[in-house]
Design a protein. Structure first.
Length: 358
């Protein structure tokens, strides 16, 4: 039997999979909704994750119904949420970008500077980019005009935890409805915004961000942040910086001047400086208390770690997907970044100017 809302095959064995429904409801309801659809309709919440391969496999069938797409991206985790595999699927479409969580970045970063950086990274004009904050309403007027002027339905896409729901809730308070597309098992949430219909897809799961390694409860704790913590470090080759239990930062350099760098991360992420020789021991012994995330004691031996050596200077930043980014104040030097083997570490042109400290 399939869910009448999203078309997923109903099952009562695994609540983390699409189509889950409690057994007693499945046996007694003649035309049941899965738990996910029920909660979307009655509570406006998308609570059951959809596996990435299901969405990416089906996205072509969804996209063909739309000419206009709004891709939602988290500026605090740009590398983790702007995905080449999604952009490949959107080729030939009229793609716009809603950039969330601008309020979390330092106030010294102007919207003009951020917009110029985004134009280069997205290869898009200013008209295609909406720099926003759901928290303080920044940029929502421009996005509102986009919705009002649109003469075509708009498909909304984005990975998990980018603030898509918060952004869209600024424009509609109505309970969403499920509008299944032929040939898919995806629940598409249809909402009316002014005279335009927007179709909100489930967040796409990734597997290369630190946030993906956490339980849903821990994700919620880490992502519920009012600002990014930033801390400046000046260390030599005998020291290491631990950012949570999932990232170790060490340095190699020539000369007498120590490298200087600043780390930006959600406020519930902990930083700890220690001797390099003690760092791995701390990761295994203090994961979940001194070092968070994880949010509770965790056996870190289940993760295989890798170390990447990256030559950096003051014009660059290092991004650790789903955790933090590192702004370089004084270089050049080699940054040794140790993370779980599936986590992406990216060198990028700086978003924040180093002399201003962000």
């Amino acid at each position: 039997m399939k869910c009448r809302g999203c078309g997923a095959e109903l099952q009562y064995t695994d609540p983390t999979k699409p189509g889950y429904i409690p057994k007693e409801i499945l046996e007694n309801e003649p035309d049941p909704l899965c738990q996910r659809c029920y909660r979307i309709i009655h509570y406006g919440k998308l609570t059951v994750p959809v596996q990435e391969e299901i969405f990416l496999h089906q996205i072509d069938k969804v996209i063909k119904n739309f000419e206009k797409v709004l891709y939602v991206i988290d500026i605090t985790d740009f590398e983790g949420t702007y995905r080449s595999e999604i952009m490949e699927k959107l080729q030939g479409k009229d793609v716009y970008f809603a950039i969330t969580k601008f309020d979390l970045l330092p106030r010294s970063l102007s919207s003009i500077e951020a917009q110029e950086w985004l134009k280069k990274r997205l290869n898009a004009t200013s008209e295609k980019i909406f720099l926003t904050s759901s928290k303080n309403g920044f940029g929502l007027k421009k996005l509102e005009k986009f919705f009002k002027d649109s003469k075509k339905d708009i498909l909304i896409v984005g990975v998990t935890n980018v603030g898509k729901s918060s952004l869209l809730s600024a424009f509609t308070k109505e309970h969403p409805t499920i509008s299944p597309f032929p040939g898919t098992t995806l629940g598409i949430v249809k909402r009316k915004v002014f005279n335009t219909y927007i179709y909100d897809t489930p967040g796409i799961l990734t597997n290369d961000r630190v946030i993906d390694l956490l339980s849903p409860e821990c994700q919620a704790k880490i992502l519920k942040t009012n600002n990014l913590t930033r801390k400046t470090f000046k260390i030599d080759q005998s020291r290491a910086i631990l950012v949570s239990a999932f990232c170790k930062i060490e340095v190699e350099f020539d000369g007498d001047k120590k490298p200087i760098f600043q780390i930006f991360a959600p406020e519930k992420v902990t930083f700890h400086e220690t001797k390099s020789e003690r760092a791995d021991q701390l990761i295994h012994q203090r994961a979940g208390d001194l070092l968070q995330p994880p949010c509770k004691k965790t056996d870190m031996s289940k993760y295989n770690f890798k170390t990447e050596r990256i030559l950096v200077d003051q014009k660059q930043e290092i991004s650790i997907n789903g955790l933090c980014f590192i702004n370089i104040k004084r270089g050049p030097f080699v940054a040794k970044i140790t993370v779980p083997e599936n986590i992406n570490v990216t060198l990028r042109d700086r978003l924040l100017k180093p002399k201003r400290g962000g």
